[in-house]
Structures are given as structure tokens and as C-alpha cells.
Write a protein that binds this ligand. Structure first.
Ligand code: ACO
Length: 314
């Protein structure tokens, strides 16, 4: 009898630009204050790409770190997915640029745009390909250089975002299942509450986005748990898209879960859209905070509007 294909994360990696932009730096640029930004968002500083750094270079660095952790060479990779809403160029896509930069010449490569849910959509896409047996190893990368889509004179948006990239290597394996279930979806009719459409810059109805997030995220976490037969008490960690500390606190409250189970790094890096979840996952992994057997929920939400969640056993 053929053994069931089991898909596992065998390596994680992340990369942040060198330049830190603090709330105090922003005070010099727009009429704002460190206090306002911290209170409303939980962010103290973010990273911003400078000359010599771009989306593809950050994504490639994160990918290489994931490969190093897994002990794999770039040529062993069959597929590269980059989740991004801030590509360097319209063409070629970032995934193809990463393929070239890291020398993954045997990999197919394409981008996915599901904004802040992008990494989760990428994970599910890679999972589906691997599950069929079509490919054996896939790099899923969430990467953003949002600093180029931000109007640096608009205080209501420029304080929120940061640049960075995170990656996970998924491989076909055997043994215990790691991915227990996925949920993903979109609410297209509400798309214009968070857009980069009529102007070149990100525009947002912050309160609508807040309402969407605090309703939809608990809902999709409950849905994915129902699919897997687990209860909220079975989950050790909730790795959420790092948009805003108040959203994460409200989700924890609605789910009646101790906020300690929601790790956060947004005070240091801001909202990096599709990069937030893989960067946080990599930081937790490298700090030894992920223990074998722990049950982890990942959940993203963002422009589209899109949302997604998955349950893993580490
Ligand atoms: N500094 C100082 N004052 C500011 C700033 C700022 N950076 N930005 C806005 N203000 C002012 C506004 O001009 C307004 O002033 P007014 O009352 O004189 O008109 C006042 O602060 C309140 O503005 P609101 O937009 O109503 O502020 P709100 O309390 O809603 O907070 C925020 C804004 C933090 C964005 C909030 O709506 C929120 O948490 N939204 C969730 C969405 C989010 O986090 N999006 C992130 C990206 S999307 C994603 O990742 C899914």
C-alpha cells in the first residue's frame, strides 16, 4: 500500500531591511506622535528598504535562510510561490526573480496576491500541489516593500506599514501529519475599504477594516477548528497577521483565549502585510519557542477583502 503523502515545514527564514524608522522619526515627517501610534497600533518602529534592497532581494534572502535550515540546495526546489502585493515590477514576477537569484533552476515560480492573507493562500496552494504528488518541495514566501506604496505625507496610513520577507520550505514527507486543515475566503464586495487603486498609494477606511478583522478572524479560526475536530483550548499558539495590537487583543477576547497565546512582533516591524506571519513564525522558530507537538493556528486577513486560517502541529 502506498504511504500517504505528509507535508511538512522543514525550514523557515526571514529578512528585514537594515533601516529602522521609529515613531520619533515619523514625528519629524508628519503631524503625529509616538504616543498616538503606540496606543492605536502597538507599533514603535518598522524597517524600510533602502537603495540596494528590494522585494526580490529580501525574498531571496529569506528563502536562502529557509533552505539553509532545511539543509536543502536551491536546485532541489520544485516550486517557488511569492505572496506579495508590492512587486518590484509588473513583469517579471517576484517569484521568477527569486528563482534566478537563488539559482533554483528546477523550480516553477509564480506570485500570489492576496495581500495580508497572501502567505496563508500560498501555503494552501503549495500544500495542494504537494499533496497530489506533482511536486516534492515548495518554497512559500511572503514579502513586501510597502514603503513604496505608502503616501509619506498621509499620517493615517504611513505610520502603519513596514518592509520585510519571510519564507517556509514545505516538503513531502512521511509520518505524523503537520497540516490539519485550512480555511480561506474573500469578500470582494467590500474590497474598496482597503485599496491601492485610484491613487498610487494605499488608502484605507481603518474602522471598516477593524470591524472586518475582529469579526472575520475569530469566525475563520472557529471554522478551521471545526474542520479539524479541535477545540480552541487545544491550541497552544495563535500566529496572526500583525496588523495592529488592538485587532489581536480583540480577537483574543472574542475567542476567550489568554493574550499570552498570541505572540507579537509588530512593535519592532510594523505591518508587513503578507510577510508578517512567516517572519513571526521564523522568529519564534529560531528563538526555540515552537515545541514539537504544539498545535498552532495561523490566520491572515487583509485587502480583497481576504481571510484565511490553518492549523498545524509543530
Ligand atoms: N497621528 C495622529 N493622529 C492621527 C494619525 C496619526 N498617525 N492618524 C490619524 N490621526 C487622527 C485622524 O486625523 C483623526 O483626527 P480627527 O478626529 O481630528 O479627524 C483621529 O486621529 C482619529 O482618526 P481615525 O482614523 O478615526 O483613528 P482610529 O481610532 O480609527 O485609528 C487605526 C486608526 C489605527 C488605523 C484604526 O482604525 C485601526 O486600528 N484600524 C484597523 C485597520 C488596520 O490596522 N489596518 C492596518 C492595515 S490593514 C491590514 O493589515 C489588514
Amino acid at each position: 500500500m502506498m504511504e500517504e503523502i505528509v507535508i511538512k515545514i522543514t525550514g523557515t527564514g526571514s529578512a528585514l531591511p537594515e533601516k529602522r524608522l521609529t515613531n520619533f522619526d515619523l514625528q519629524e515627517m508628519v503631524e503625529t506622535s509616538d504616543e498616538w501610534i503606540r496606543e492605536r497600533t502597538g507599533i514603535a518602529e518598522r524597517r524600510v528598504a533602502e537603495e540596494g534592497e528590494n522585494l526580490a532581494s529580501l525574498a531571496a534572502k529569506a528563502a536562502q535562510r529557509a533552505l539553509e535550515m532545511a539543509g536543502r540546495s536551491a536546485e532541489e526546489i520544485d516550486m517557488i510561490l511569492v505572496a506579495t502585493c508590492s512587486p518590484d515590477d509588473m513583469l517579471p514576477c517576484c517569484a521568477c526573480q527569486v528563482q534566478g537569484l537563488i539559482g533554483a533552476k528546477n523550480a516553477t515560480a509564480f506570485d500570489i496576491n492576496a495581500a495580508c492573507s497572501g502567505f496563508l493562500f500560498g501555503l494552501q496552494t503549495a500544500y495542494a500541489y504537494l499533496q497530489t504528488g506533482m511536486y516534492k518541495r515548495a518554497l512559500v514566501i511572503g514579502a513586501e516593500v510597502l514603503s513604496k506604496l505608502v503616501d509619506w505625507t498621509d499620517r493615517s496610513t504611513c505610520v502603519l506599514f513596514g518592509d520585510g520577507a519571510g519564507a517556509a520550505l514545505l516538503e513531502c514527507s512521511t509520518g505524523q501529519k503537520q497540516f490539519l486543515g485550512f480555511v480561506q475566503g474573500a469578500i470582494g464586495e467590500k474590497g474598496m475599504v482597503l485599496s491601492c487603486a485610484r491613487t498610487r498609494f494605499v488608502q484605507m477606511n481603518g474602522q471598516e477594516v477593524y470591524r472586518f478583522a475582529v469579526k472575520q478572524v475569530p469566525q475563520c479560526i472557529e471554522d478551521v477548528l471545526e474542520k479539524t475536530g479541535l477545540s480552541i483550548q487545544d491550541i497552544d499558539l495563535f500566529v496572526l497577521h500583525q496588523a495592529n495590537v488592538r485587532i489581536i487583543e480583540a480577537v483574543a477576547k472574542r475567542l476567550k483565549v489568554d493574550i499570552e497565546k498570541f505572540p507579537m512582533n509588530l512593535s519592532r516591524v510594523g505591518n508587513m502585510s503578507s510577510a508578517t506571519i512567516p517572519v513571526l513564525l521564523d522568529e519564534l522558530n529560531r528563538e526555540g519557542k515552537l515545541e514539537t507537538g504544539q498545535k498552532i493556528v495561523l490566520s491572515g486577513f487583509g485587502a480583497g477583502l481576504t481571510y484565511g486560517a490553518c492549523v498545524l502541529v509543530w
